[in-house]
Design a binder for this molecule. Structure first.
Ligand code: PLP
Length: 377
């Protein structure tokens, strides 16, 4: 069994993907070709935003908006302690300081109360200027923007939505990818909308920001690529990846529904065995990961061993919260600073999740878990 079975998806989409790639080989505009522009239009229409800037990766999609806003040394950007490393990494890359915030136990997303506490503490210390907040739509579930946005406005912080896992999900009638002043997503192959290499996209309604982002994407270009008016990066996207994404976009909505059906079946099968993720009123998750919480670390390791023994892959996202990562030791955080993040990092476990997972497979996976927690029939 595969954790994320991309071959089954390719079997469904093979004709269109092969044709799209062949077209790029024929026209030869390998980087930022016509497929990239078509993709940007298609993504803008899915998200309901004015501008999409397709780019080289989810990491670069997070880095470039911070650059565009001039975030740098002396600035603070607020980010969950429980996320993929890139969320915090890009903040540090600009020279700013990632200020960590705890998460809510039933969403794994930024806790608005912890955010406000972190902002006030930062202001009281007076060393850093709060500039932005980066909520993460972790595992595909949108963060709690109705609570986060008023806090951001009160303290004049820009909101950068990390929708690397969440793009395409829904929050109270809006689409994830449109929930911040700027949003970023990733097309890493294992993400809900993935290509066959690295890729990403930035979303915004702001015309000026979009123009600056397009410049940064190509080494800070001005009127043309040999006039450089700011520092940028090589943040461009390959045409072949855009061709693959255009084809995958045609089934993306259906695949999100399939993922929700699978999550529902998992929840039914695992009820009473382990703490399952909730469906939240007014929100649709893309189920980038289906993550459960074991009683404690030893039960988790027992389940992982049982799954491995049955040839079922599983993964721990994430074993080390950001504030305890070695690279951030100089920030002075310690064990106990973010209790929910730390607790989740010890108990969390993600199970195989992709749209083409069969009921038989789900039943086999949940059967092994039932035995491992001592509640098998
Ligand atoms: C995958 C991911 C990223 C980075 O995306 P890449 O395309 O791998 O650079 C950033 N944030 C989160 C939450 C992610 O899951």
């Amino acid at each position: 069994m595969q954790f994320i079975d991309l071959k089954r998806q390719y079997a469904v989409l093979k004709d269109g993907i092969d044709k799209g790639i062949a077209a790029v080989l024929t026209h030869g505009r390998f980087i930022m070709g016509p497929e990239v522009e078509a993709l940007e239009h298609a993504l803008a229409s899915v998200a309901g935003v004015r501008h999409v800037i397709a780019c080289s990766s989810g990491t670069d999609a997070l880095l470039m908006p911070l650059m565009a806003w001039g975030v740098g040394p002396g600035d603070a950007v607020f980010v969950p302690a429980f996320t993929f490393f890139a969320s915090a990494e890009v903040i540090a890359l600009t020279g700013a300081i990632p200020v960590f915030v705890d998460i809510c136990p039933d969403t794994f997303n930024m806790d608005p109360a912890s955010l406000e506490a972190a902002i006030q503490k930062t202001l009281a210390e007076g060393r850093l200027t709060p500039r932005a907040v980066m909520p993460v739509d972790l595992f595909g579930l949108p963060a709690h923007y109705d609570a986060i946005d008023p806090i951001a406005r009160r303290y004049k912080l820009a909101v950068l939505e990390d929708a690397a896992q969440g793009f395409g999900g829904r929050y109270r009638g809006r689409v994830a990818g449109s929930l911040g002043d700027v949003a970023a997503t990733s097309f890493f192959p294992a993400k809900p909308l993935g290509c066959y290499g690295d890729g990403g996209a930035i979303f915004t309604d702001d015309d000026d920001t979009a123009q600056v982002l397009r410049s940064i994407r190509n080494h800070g270009e001005g009127r043309d690529r040999y006039e450089n008016i700011r520092l940028g990066i090589n943040g461009r996207l390959d045409s072949i990846q855009a061709a693959v994404l255009l084809e995958k976009l045609s089934v993306f909505g259906i695949e999100i529904e399939m993922r929700n059906d699978i999550a529902l079946r998992y929840n039914e099968r695992l009820a009473g065995l382990i703490k399952t993720p909730r469906f939240h009123e007014g929100m649709v998750s893309t189920w980038a990961q289906y993550s459960v919480l074991a009683e404690d670390e030893s039960e988790r390791e027992r389940i992982i061993a049982a799954l491995t023994g049955a040839d079922i892959p599983s993964a721990v996202y994430y074993r080390i919260p950001m504030h305890l990562q070695k690279v951030f030791a100089h920030l002075g955080y310690g064990i106990g600073d973010f209790p929910v993040s730390e607790d989740c990092s010890r108990r969390i476990l993600s199970l195989p999740m992709h749209p083409y997972l069969t009921e038989t497979e789900i039943d086999r996976i949940t059967g092994v878990i039932a035995d491992a927690v001592g509640k098998g029939k």
